[in-house]
Design a protein around this ligand. Structure first.
Ligand code: PLP
Length: 485
């Protein structure tokens, strides 16, 4: 199996199966030809922490689908708020009207960043938000009279979206491969990720020399600026906690601030992709805010930030681009005449905004970020207790309710399994089939498309009891897969 970033179909085209039955193509394995959806269960309903397939017992949702369902499924209060908005306006064209939900949501988001972000574009997918971030970075520098700034530096083994610009930024082998002729290698450049498990030797006796590790990363970024010519770089693009591409790998404390300092030194922008790790998933509304909570932590505020997934928790397809002071200031300067040359038909959709607003208000009102931190700590501890010494578990890492388990053939050498064995997919299948728990599976965490991982990302409302149940079921599935191997 290749690098699976999503269990959901990415290409919802209809096709005919051999039996003549109409099936929808799925893309659960992105490095192999797409397989039909025939094998997937039909979903009858989803409620609370469970999926109810039309056949068989309910399935415990340990990953919110693709890390989306942060409040669980089918909450009447959210559905009611979405319906209420539908009754007043089902749609409004962003070029013609402002709408109360978009205004309120934008104000709320700006406030949530302590005013660091100053403008909001509401969209529908993470890819759209990242695509917009890339374009706005380029346009910002045009306004500044620096149109030569068109280079981007991102990282290997990263995923930032499926559209051409967002995919160009991504350093994701399997997803890029079929489209490589379209992905400009002269504009999008990749450096190594911050992935200590894969980059540092294992040592149970001493803590790694983090300042030295970060200094190496800084040197690599500096060298890339120098090679490209610092005045040609528009932005550095990072995912603060790497989600699907690496399996929940948090940045080493201090790394993001160090990367920001390099950007500032060279006048480039810093773009954070918080599509998966943002909106509370790490225990802080914005993942970068959590950095400030580390000892002597400096808060690495980005210039542009993409959010999605937990933004509206799946109650509507919602994403947003948040624009920081510097770029927003340039738009407002000289009478505010600068307009971002960009727009989607469904941008600033009032129903999308209403859903995001009510989801975020629920997270705030119910103190769910605290629950994410508390249950997240428990989840990490129980995963380590239960699976930490399994001979095929190489690493367990994460933050908040965002945990990854990486599988290896050999714990000492960290050698990954052959991709063709599809270890992560097997765990996923046994977890659903035998243990009735849904986890998110992927490949690529060892670099170059190798390495298997699963991700556990339950809803922010998860209880201690269900955290324990998730760990027991997941551990059962892992043990079963390796027993059979
Ligand atoms: C970090 C990250 N960025 C961008 C995207 C793209 O988002 P979408 O699939 O909503 O277009 C994803 C999707 O998984 C993601 O995980």
């Amino acid at each position: 199996m290749g690098q699976v970033l999503s269990c959901r179909p990415l290409v919802p085209g209809r096709s005919r199966s051999k039996t003549g039955k109409d099936v929808t193509e799925s893309c659960s394995d992105l490095s192999r030809p797409q397989t039909p959806l025939e094998g997937l269960p039909v979903l009858k309903k989803a409620k609370g922490h469970y999926w109810y397939p039309s056949n068989g017992p309910k399935i415990l949702d340990a990953c919110g689908g693709a890390g989306v369902a942060c409040l669980g499924h089918g909450r009447p209060d959210i559905i009611k708020a979405v319906n209420t908005q539908m009754k007043s306006a089902t749609y409004a064209s962003y070029a013609h009207f402002q709408t109360p939900p978009v205004q309120e949501l934008s104000d709320w988001l700006i406030k949530s960043t302590g005013g660091e972000m100053q403008k909001v574009y509401v969209m529908s997918s993470g890819s759209e938000a990242m695509e917009a971030a890339v374009k706005l970075a380029v346009e910002y520098f045009r306004w500044q009279g620096q149109s030569e700034r068109t280079n981007f530096i991102a990282r290997h083994d990263s995923y930032h979206g499926t559209t051409i610009g967002a995919l160009s930024v991504s350093g994701h082998h399997a997803r890029r491969a079929p489209f490589s002729p379209l992905l400009s290698p002269t504009r999008f450049h990749h450096i190594s990720p911050c992935n200590p498990y894969r980059q540092l030797p294992s040592s149970s006796s001493s803590t790694p020399d983090w300042p030295a590790y970060i200094a190496e990363k800084v040197a690599e970024l500096e060298a890339t600026f120098t090679t490209l010519g610092p005045q040609t770089v528009a932005a550095v693009v990072l995912e603060p906690v790497v989600g699907a591409a690496l399996g929940c790998v948090p940045a080493v404390p201090g790394y993001l601030a160090a990367m920001k300092a390099v950007c500032e030194r060279h006048g480039a922008l810093l773009i954070f992709d918080e599509v998966m790790c943002g909106m509370g998933r790490t225990g802080w509304l914005h993942a970068w805010q959590g950095e400030g909570k580390e000892p002597a932590g400096v808060v690495p505020v980005p210039d542009l930030q993409a959010i999605a997934k937990g933004f509206a928790g799946g109650y509507q397809p919602a994403s947003a681009l948040l624009v920081g002071r510097k770029v927003a200031g340039a738009m407002e300067r000289d009478g505010g005449g600068r307009v971002f040359t960009h727009g989607h038909t469904y941008q600033n959709h009032p129903v999308v905004a209403a859903a995001a607003l009510v989801v975020q208000r629920a997270v705030e009102r119910e103190g769910l970020l605290e629950n994410v931190r508390v249950q997240g700590e428990l989840l990490g501890r129980l995963l380590r207790e239960r699976l930490g010494s399994h001979p095929n578990v190489g690493d367990i890492r994460g933050k908040g309710l965002f945990w990854g388990v990486e599988f290896v053939k050999d714990r000492v050498t960290k050698e990954p399994f052959e991709p063709g064995l599809g270890i992560a997919e097997r765990v996923h299948k046994v977890a659903v089939g035998g243990f009735r728990v849904l986890v998110y599976h992927g490949q690529g965490c060892a670099g170059g498309g190798r390495g298997d991982h699963i991700m556990i990302m339950p809803a922010y409302t998860i209880s201690e009891r269900l955290v324990g149940e998730i760990v027991e079921r997941v551990a059962g599935a892992v043990e079963e897969v390796f027993r059979r191997l």
